[in-house]
Design a binder for this molecule. Structure first.
Ligand SMILES: N[C@@H](CCC(=O)N[C@@H](CS)C(=O)NCC(=O)O)C(=O)O
Length: 232
């Protein structure tokens, strides 16, 4: 049994989607980052960086409970445990790893700052808005080029796609002021992934608590991981 510590944000969705795709048995525990629950000592013992998502595999290596934080590491762990979506052949495995690291090192941080400066910084900072918006546009271009050559980021559908996909959900694109029609290969890929039932279940986990589909809902203010800031 895997315990998932979660709130329905892009980083949370990576893991809820993977748990649904993997078929592993899990139960979810909401960590309401709007109420500061990520700072509770009990949660910090699992996730010392006070961020969701985190897991505890009650049947970890050696049969011991195994806590893990950082969504990229969790995706690798769940893929290895289930034998799904991360091939064992070395070249295919490192192609997946390459695009997974691309997400962790680029898409997450840059898109996150883009959302922050577009919607959450206490005062407008034009240089930062422009810098992270142009980086976000550039990264969409990198992904669009790649997806012009291959069906999924590493060839076959994998944990690399699961890592990037939630960062391009409609509500996220709206905040980032991205017009997906400018990136037709990304659009094709988003449509294919959105059609997967496991992805739909993963994206829906606890969505009602967050009401993220409602753009007027002020509870979105911590959606992108900056709970200390109010939405402008
Ligand atoms: N690098 C981390 C980032 C996780 C992260 O930023 N989580 C946000 C939600 S998307 C969070 O928990 N924020 C809590 C806070 O800002 O205090 C990962 O990929 O797991």
């Amino acid at each position: 049994m895997i315990d998932l510590y979660y709130w329905p944000t892009p980083n949370g969705h990576k893991v809820s989607i993977m748990l649904e795709e993997s078929g592993l048995e899990y139960r979810s525990h909401p960590v309401n980052i709007l109420k500061g629950e990520q700072f509770e000592p009990e949660f910090l013992r699992i996730s010392p960086n006070n961020r969701i998502p985190a897991i505890v595999d009650q049947d970890g290596p050696g049969g011991e409970p195994f806590p893990l934080f950082e969504s990229g590491a969790i995706l690798m762990y769940l893929a290895e445990k289930s034998g799904r979506l991360w091939p064992t052949d070395a070249s295919a495995r490192y192609r997946v790893t390459e695009w997974l690291m691309f997400q962790v090192a680029n898409v997450g941080p840059k898109f996150g700052e883009c959302g922050h400066y577009h919607g959450y910084a206490p005062e407008p900072v034009p240089y930062s808005i422009e810098r992270y918006y142009s980086e976000t546009q550039r990264l969409y271009g990198v992904l669009d080029n790649r997806l012009g050559d291959v069906e999924y980021l590493a060839g076959d559908y994998s944990i690399a796609d699961i890592a990037v996909f939630p960062w391009m959900a409609p509500v996220v694109r709206e905040l980032h002021k991205i017009d997906v029609d400018e990136f037709p290969n990304v659009k094709r890929w988003l449509d294919a992934i959105s059609a997967r039932p496991a992805v739909q279940r993963g994206m829906a986990l606890l969505e009602a608590d967050m009401k993220i589909g409602d753009p007027s809902d002020e509870t979105r203010e911590a959606f992108f991981g900056d709970s200390q800031y109010q939405r402008r």
